[in-house]
Design a binder for this molecule. Structure first.
Ligand code: HEC
Ligand code: HEC
Length: 335
């Protein structure tokens, strides 16, 4: 039996065995012998055992604390992020409402709006409609869009650069399908969209004028028409119209865009129809519910541009004929 003095001595020397305890040298609750000069006997004292176990526990706590700290800090930051996202979503969900209720931002400069309108009408209306209010089964309503209202001009421009090509059932191609759009072009489109979304910002605009064919398009058309100047005129005009209205879904030169519109180059459907039947087809489009639908994606009437006249569409058809190498160039366009 240990004497009172023994117990006291053990208690005093306990501090020296702390390091050993923390290093895990307490086995089965039995402390390792304490080598402290004057005593080298074992001290089977339970008081000592409890004490060292307690010390070990404290050490374990001291070691765990930083880990627990990091763990809970991570949990907190995850929560914070989710909370921020939730608040941002709530904030964004009311962006259009706030826009309408707030005093209007400045009126968009006329030259920007005019240029923006020309590009928007050429490309974006195919899927978003002439007023930007959306087309069922195609592009969203941009007017009552919280997404649009919540973003700065620069953020919107960046969005247009990437689009949402992976969205289903219909994607939005980068730059609406017009790779050639410059930063300024996109800025002007954004300016025009601002005016569409908030009419208080839309300036009085002069009547729109149709874009004229470029020299390059005229030269290509004359070559395709085999020197026939009249036919070349139709083709060049059709080329221009195609590359504003139809390019969004059918791609530059009619090569098609995966998930949007079919290739019109070397296309059996076009080759199988005469001009009048093709005119009727383009005027009507092809809805996904149509039995003839092959993609399940909508081909809107007139490609979504109600401003196209029959003559405009016939010009486009003259151009489409030049993309069909199977037939003599321009064969279908003579009327
Ligand atoms: C081929 C069809 C197509 C064309 C062309 C197109 N878009 Fe889109 N756009 C879409 C679709 C589809 C969506 C919605 C995608 C989704 O499901 O999130 C969309 C979404 C958007 C959005 C986000 C709206 C919101 O509330 O989330 C903006 C802004 C937009 N388009 C602007 C434009 C502009 C400007 C143009 C012309 C440069 C354009 N789009 C051309 C199909 C098109
Ligand atoms: C918003 C997208 C979109 C626009 C804009 C668009 N098309 Fe289409 N078009 C389609 C889709 C999608 C199809 C395929 C429909 C199907 O059969 O599933 C298609 C099919 C066609 C076809 C039939 C091809 C075939 O092999 O069956 C022709 C011809 C055509 N489009 C011409 C045009 C012309 C001309 C324009 C411009 C005036 C135009 N499209 C604009 C989406 C579009």
């Amino acid at each position: 039996m240990p004497s009172q003095a023994d117990i006291r001595r053990t208690l005093r020397s306990g501090s020296r065995s702390e390091v050993g305890a923390a290093a895990g040298s307490v086995e089965n609750g039995e402390p390792t012998p304490v080598k402290s000069g004057d005593r080298d006997e074992r001290h089977p004292s339970t008081v000592s055992g409890w004490r060292e176990a307690g010390v070990a526990f404290l050490w374990a706590c001291a070691l765990m604390a930083p880990m627990l700290g990091i763990g809970s800090a991570m949990m907190y930051s995850d929560w914070r992020r989710a909370e921020d996202a939730r608040l941002a979503a709530i904030w964004e969900a009311q962006a259009y409402e706030r826009l309408v209720a707030a005093p209007a931002a400045g009126v968009v400069p006329v030259p920007e709006a005019v240029h923006g309108r020309e590009l928007f009408t050429g490309v974006c209306i195919a899927c978003h409609g002439p007023q930007g209010t959306g087309v069922k089964g195609l592009g969203k309503n941009l007017v009552e869009s919280d997404f649009v209202a919540a973003r700065s001009d620069e953020e919107l421009r960046q969005f247009l650069v990437t689009g949402r090509p992976d969205a289903r059932p219909v994607g939005m191609p980068p730059k609406g399908g017009r790779e050639d759009f410059t930063d300024d072009d996109l800025r002007h489109i954004v300016a025009y969209v601002r005016g569409l979304q908030d009419p208080r910002r839309m300036p009085e605009l002069p009547a729109a004028v149709a874009a004229a064919p470029s020299e390059e398009q005229k030269t290509a058309a004359l070559k395709a028409a085999g020197g026939n100047a009249e036919l070349a005129g139709y083709i060049a005009s059709g080329d221009t119209l195609f590359h504003s209205t139809c390019i969004a879904c059918h791609g530059k030169g009619g090569v098609g865009i995966q998930g949007n519109g079919k290739a019109l180059v070397n296309n059996p459907f076009i080759q199988s129809l005469d001009d009048d039947s093709l005119l009727a087809f383009v005027k009507q489009g092809r809805s996904p519910s149509d039995r003839a639908s092959t993609t399940g994606i909508q081909m809107p009437p007139k490609g979504g541009n109600p401003a196209l006249s029959d003559d405009d569409v016939l010009d486009i058809i003259s151009y489409l004929r030049t993309l069909q190498p199977a037939k003599p160039v321009g064969a279908g366009a003579a009327k």
